[in-house]
Design a protein around this ligand. Structure first.
Ligand SMILES: *Cc1c(COP(=O)(O)O)cnc(C)c1O
Length: 375
């Protein structure tokens, strides 16, 4: 059985004709940068997310960087980030001379711990970057409350959760990335909405921030060759926008396929004592960017060797807490305060998760793991 962590080829086959046509159209137009398809995609995404402004850019890391650049922060300002996330979330903070203050995550949901956010706030704190990790929203209701009480910006890192929705206690539903001051996402090929190269976007309902960030992604240019800000060169190219326009129409069904696959994994694993299946919060949908198990008393290294032998792909997201990486050291960090992340890094195991997974494949993967664990 040929198994892949992500089956982009299988997904492509189903939209091949449409993609071919769209790419041909861009090639014939020669409008490779800022072509009409970029604006078309921008407006489609604004409508899909129900947000006023989408600013397409070159990747999800740039999206985070430009979001921070737009907020008038000063050197040494503190930005609260989860300890358990992809490095990009904190990398841009350090790159801009800001302080990345890590906080632990919840041991069950892998999402930023709300009480730990409160405890990390100082007079220098200016922003929180919650990450909607693995496809599920952080507790945005609590985070928005904390931000309002302490006058903080909120940048939602939605790279892994585009299309997920958060439900507030009053029943209001909002899409991930549209709740905080700014939302950011990535269209890296393996993300839930991925293009065929690099891509990203920034979202906001704030007109002034939108105008500023739209200029910042294009060198801070106001009028042709007149510069209002220090910016970056970070544009979504037209070919990628053309692909994304097509794939956005399928996002709902792509996410539904992932949820279906996750449900099936759940049914096969749920009675295994040594495996904790992903916990779904009651205030967010989960669109399973990753299907991540927590192993209880299992030798993960041995299991990984076994999976390799069986031809079963897997991922360890993430093997080391961010606070332990040398460039991210801060004298305020006390290792014991990160007990959940420390433990998760040793116990998590992500299994193949994509839109083309079949029940047979899921059964094969699950049975192999169950056999190893009980053997
Ligand atoms: C993928 C990812 C990013 C970065 O996106 P790129 O497009 O690869 O730059 C940022 N944050 C998280 C949580 C991610 O998963």
């Amino acid at each position: 059985m040929k198994l892949q962590m992500v089956d982009l080829g299988g997904q492509f086959k189903k939209i091949e004709k449409e993609v071919d046509l769209a790419i041909k159209e861009v090639l014939n137009s020669s409008a490779f940068i800022n072509g009409p398809k970029v604006h078309e995609f921008q407006h489609q995404l604004e409508k899909y997310l129900d947000i006023k402004h989408v600013i397409p850019c070159a990747n999800g890391t740039d999206a985070l960087q430009v979001a921070l650049m737009a907020l008038d922060l000063k050197q040494g300002d503190e930005i609260i980030c989860p300890d358990f996330t992809f490095v990009a979330t904190a990398e841009v903070v350090k790159l801009l001379g800001l302080k990345a203050i890590f906080v632990d995550v919840d041991k069950d949901t892998f999402l930023i711990d709300i009480d730990k956010i409160r405890a990390a706030i100082t007079p220098n704190t200016r922003a929180i970057i919650p990450v909607h990790l693995f496809g599920q929203c952080a507790n945005m209701e609590a985070i928005q409350e904390i931000a309002a009480e302490n006058n903080l910006y909120v940048i939602e890192d939605t790279a892994q959760a585009i299309g997920a929705a958060f439900t507030f206690e009053n029943g209001t539903k909002q899409k991930a990335g549209t709740i905080g001051t700014i939302g950011t996402t990535s269209f890296f090929p393996s993300k839930n909405l991925g293009c065929y190269g690099d891509g990203g976007a920034i979202f906001t309902n704030d007109d002034k921030l939108a105008e500023k960030m739209r200029k910042m992604v294009n060198h801070g240019m106001e009028d042709r060759y007149y510069y209002k800000y220090i910016g970056v060169n970070s544009r979504l190219d037209t070919l990628q926008a053309a692909v994304l326009s097509i794939k956005l129409k399928h996002l709902q069904s792509y996410n539904a396929s992932r949820i279906e696959a996750a449900n099936y994994y759940d049914t096969l694993f749920k009675h295994e004592e040594k495996i904790s299946i992903p916990i779904r919060t009651n205030n967010s949908s989960h669109i399973f960017h990753q299907y991540t198990l927590k192993l209880n008393d299992v030798d993960r290294d041995k299991l990984c060797v076994y999976l390799q032998e069986k031809g079963i792909p897997f991922g360890i997201y993430y093997p080391v807490p961010l606070h332990l990486h040398k460039p991210y050291f801060d004298e305020r960090f006390v290792n014991e305060n990160f007990s959940n992340t420390n433990s998760l890094c040793k116990r998590v195991l992500s299994l193949p998760m994509h839109t083309e997974l079949t029940e047979d494949q899921i059964a094969f993967i699950s049975n192999a793991i169950i056999e190893f664990i009980n053997g």
